[in-house]
Ligand binder design. Sequence first.
Ligand code: UDP
Ligand code: MG
Length: 319
Amino acid sequence: MSPVEVSVVIPVYNEEDGLQALFDRLYPALDGLGDSYEVIFINDGSVDRSAAMLAAQFHKRPDVTRVVLFNGNFGQHMAILAGFEHTRGKIVITLDADLQNPPEEIPRLVQTMREGHDYVGTIRRQRNDTAFRRYASRAMNGLRERITKIRMTDQGCMLRAYDRNVVDTINACREVNTFIPALAYTFASSPVEIEVGHEQRHAGESKYSLYQLIRLNFDLVTGFSIVPLQWFSAIGTVLSLLSGVLFVVLLMRRFLFGSEVQGVFTLFAMNFFLIGILLFGLGLLGEYVGRIYQEVRDRPRYRIKAVLEAEPSRHRTEA
Ligand code: UDP
Ligand code: MG
């Protein structure tokens, strides 16, 4: 159970076309580090050759490779959490399998950690994603900055480094829907951000649909703040006051001018507007209730089919 300096955690979901290129760049980058390291791959229920390729890589480099095989698709963040539980490193680095995060940046992350930080976030120097993804993500960043305490210039990049203590604290969390960089940020005492390169996906296509991206952002907002609920009660208060005033005005007009029938369409417009706000509030409430429901069910968050490793890692808690 020898501790290592650096653990690299990589979630893999149907990445057969890019995996070999990843191996070819990752291992040399880590060998050049001059520190002991380990790589933990998590196969998130891939239905292509990914699992077989990971197993082959394990047999090639069993000393520094560990493979966690899920028996289904539980999502990128669950995969990373499972990876965290199998790490031993003093520094833990997360990386995407599609080579959008260049493995050659790892030494810089390690060096920044050693300057005394316990969390190194990243900003993509030049982001290689579609224009829509860039704009949507900028808008979400702004919203998140306003309603959570999490300060992150670029929330989307997964190439990040975490201190052992931060990872241990994350391992103690039992959240179902979470966003790891944000969770880690809340536990870090000396976070810092550096710029890193960002490349186009090496092969295959993004595993996230628009809907899943929206869901992820809801997790980010409702999972780390109740400010939306507080805003909503504020809006409700203001609207009740306004409608109270309107009621008094209309009542007075009734006595002064008799019954009036104009303004039916204004009434409709106001009604639709208020119903819209009401439904939005209901949905928002539902987001929180749903999260509570998922938490209280307390089901295991993922299931591990097998772990390929030469020696057992120090963490072996339940899912
Ligand atoms: N991924 C995963 N499970 C999923 C979806 C994605 O493990 O359900 C992995 C995927 O293999 C990749 C990383 O998460 O290593 C990021 O996924 P992707 O590149 O599709 O996301 P994007 O870069 O488009 O945000
Ligand atoms: Mg990607």
